[in-house]
Design a protein around this ligand. Sequence first.
Ligand code: S3P
Length: 200
Amino acid sequence: MPSTARKGRSKPRSSGASAAPAAERIVLTGFMGSGKSTIGRSLAQRLSWGFVDLDTFIEQREGRAVPRIFAESGEAAFRAMETAALASSLEQSLLVVALGGGALETPANRRALSTATQTTTILLTASFETLYDRCQQQIVAAAGSPLPIRPLLGDREAAAARLARRDVHYRRTADLILDTTGQHPEESVLALLTLLESIL
Ligand code: S3P
C-alpha cells in the first residue's frame, strides 16, 4: 500500500466562514534520501505556504554548511541547533517544514512534534535500497566538495542500522505515511495533496 493514514491526530475542522484551517503546519520527516526537501518545497508552492528546510535554516543562521558544522562543532552542537530551529518553525503558521533525517533521534524534538497543535507530521519512506541509492547519487553529484556531504550516512551496513534505529521514532511521530519508492517527487506531492485534502 503506497500510503497510510496513521494516528488520527489531525484536528477537527471547525465550521463557519472564519474558521481557521485544521492544519497550519506540515512537517516532513524521514531518513536521508526520502525526498523531504524536494517534496516539501514543491508541496509548499502548491499550497501557497511558506517552506523551511531545517538544514538550510541552520546553515543560513550559522553561515556554515552542515558538513562543516559537524566537522568543526560536532554532532551534539548540530542537534542543539536543530532543536532550536524546529521550535522556532513550530511557532509559524501556513508552513511546510522539512526536518533533517536525524531530528527525531532527539527526544525534545519528538516531544515538540507530539504536543504541537494544528501540525500534521508526515513520514516519507522508501525501500532502504532506494534511500541509499538516492544518497549515493547526491554524494556523486557533490564530488569535489571539501567535506563529505553526508557525514552520518556511513557504509551500507551502518546506514541500514541507523535507519532501523530511527524507524520506530519516525513511525510513532507520524500522522501520515507516504511510501515514495518508485515515485517521481511530483507524484509524491500529488499523493500528499490527496492525503491532506480532508485536513487542510
Ligand atoms: C542527518 C540528515 C541530514 C542533515 C545531517 C544529519 C541525519 O538531513 O540534517 O547531515 O542525521 O540523518 P537530510 O535528511 O535532509 O539529508
